[in-house]
Design a protein around this ligand. Structure first.
Ligand SMILES: Cc1cc2nc3c(=O)[nH]c(=O)nc-3n(C[C@H](O)[C@H](O)[C@H](O)COP(=O)(O)OP(=O)(O)OC[C@H]3O[C@@H](n4cnc5c(N)ncnc54)[C@H](O)[C@@H]3O)c2cc1C
Length: 384
């Protein structure tokens, strides 16, 4: 439960807006085009407390509500989506440790995660398994007071520049049902934990998403989240609710940023003797864009408030993520049309929004999978 007052949260948001304007927006194009990790920005994020945004104050974090956190993410992503990924998967890892870890694990890991001294990510996806996570092949075999891990992961964000990941592995590969044989580990980099390749990406550049391999990677049993095998699948599902609210906010931020750029351009650019914002075809686009942005904000707020109240919010987080990410794709694409030929120039910002937007429909559960979650919940809850 957040202890911040509404006034405090407004002040925090105002300071984030100032930081985004001064430090994030001006460097976005250069770092995106060079696909260069923004080390200086990461240092500033540490000072702002972003790596501990949702971690409880008792473990050194800011203890912000998911609602305020989502608003921060919208603001950052409205200027440049990629940096919000540096603290998102880190905070999913932290959330899983805080919700499901033992007290000793929380005391050991959360303070250094909150300060940014240890920056993490989540290691779920494998070359053969993304949506169907129960098909993963990475195995953790117990040997005395250690586990020995062998396998491979792919697309793991923050794993190149970060210090470790929350690793999903099978502790009982023969288990039926399959999810009962899965466990989560706090995996700090060390011998046997290899970053094999940095992926080249369409968008979401400057942030590292890598292939990893584990070759007899030894990890103490004290790093098994919660200390009990077989709980990993349920634990990661719990952590992903916050992750989906974050991705919803990132999609919404892309939509908002694209709208802001398009609105300004539509008033500056003239065709047939008047600003293009006065042509009805452009007005229809702007109207649909702003409506999608505002609807996304409301869905995000609904999901975040349920999450903050400790209520079940898988359906709400899925709806927010589905709508927010599709709004990002829609608004970036409509903004491209409003910019006309200039949209295609890398000297303008809008093409980056277009390249970044699609990932939001894929990461943290594809929108197809999320729609199945929404529909199943709709039926289970007996309608609306
Ligand atoms: C830039 C980037 C960063 C990423 N970062 C991370 C990270 O930090 N950590 C991590 O673990 N993963 C990460 N991922 C991986 C991402 O989570 C997966 O790509 C995503 O979950 C989809 O899995 P997949 O690619 O294996 O697709 P698949 O699961 O093979 O899906 C392919 C298609 O089939 C559809 N599909 C599959 N099953 C069903 C079904 N039952 N019903 C309907 N449709 C279905 C999917 O919706 C999709 O359209 C990242 C990916 C990218 C591109």
């Amino acid at each position: 439960m957040s202890t911040w007052t509404a006034e405090d949260e407004r002040a925090i948001l105002a300071s984030i807006e100032t930081w985004v304007d001064k430090e994030v927006r001006p460097i976005a194009r250069k770092f995106d085009q060079a696909d260069e990790y923004p080390h200086a920005l990461v240092e500033q994020m540490k000072e702002l407390g972003l790596f501990g945004a949702t971690i409880s104050p008792e473990y050194g974090g800011l203890g912000l509500s998911a609602d305020t956190y989502a608003k921060i993410v919208i603001e950052v992503a409205s200027a440049w989506m990629a940096p919000s990924g540096i603290f998102n998967s880190h905070l999913i890892m932290a959330s899983a440790v805080e919700r499901f870890g033992t007290e000793a694990q929380k005391r050991e890991w959360l303070p250094k995660m909150a300060s940014g001294e240890f920056r993490g990510g989540i290691g779920l996806t494998e070359p053969n398994a993304g949506s169907d996570l129960q098909a993963i092949r990475t195995v953790a075999r117990r040997e005395g007071d250690h586990y020995v891990i062998n396998g491979a992961k792919t697309w793991i964000t923050n794993s190149g520049n970060g210090h470790g990941i929350l690793l999903l592995a099978k502790t009982d590969p023969e288990s039926q049902p399959r999810h009962k044989g899965m466990s989560l580990f706090i995996a700090e980099k060390g011998p046997g934990f290899q970053v094999s390749k940095k992926m080249k990406k369409l968008g979401y550049r400057a942030i590292d998403s890598c292939e990893l391999s584990f070759d007899n990677f030894r990890i103490p049993t004290s790093r098994l989240v919660g200390g009990v095998e077989g709980k990993g699948f349920a634990q990661i599902a719990g952590g992903l609710e916050l992750g989906r609210i974050n991705v919803a906010a990132r999609g919404c931020g892309i939509a908002l940023g694209a709208l802001r750029l398009a609105l300004r351009y539509a008033q500056e650019r003239s065709a047939f003797g008047k600003p293009i914002s006065e042509h009805q075809a452009i007005q229809l686009k702007l109207a649909e864009m702003v409506t999608k942005v505002e609807a996304s904000k409301l869905l995000i707020e609904q999901a975040a408030r349920k999450y903050d109240a400790g209520e079940r919010c898988d359906m709400e987080a899925a709806m927010a993520k589905f709508h927010g990410s599709e709004a990002g794709v829609f608004c970036a694409s409509e903004a491209m049309r409003i910019f006309g030929g200039y949209s295609y120039s890398t000297e303008y910002e809008i093409e980056r929004y277009y390249r970044d937007a699609m990932l939001m429909c894929i990461g943290e559960g594809t929108n197809e999978i999320l729609q199945t979650i929404i529909a199943k919940q709709l039926v289970q809850r007996g309608g609306v």
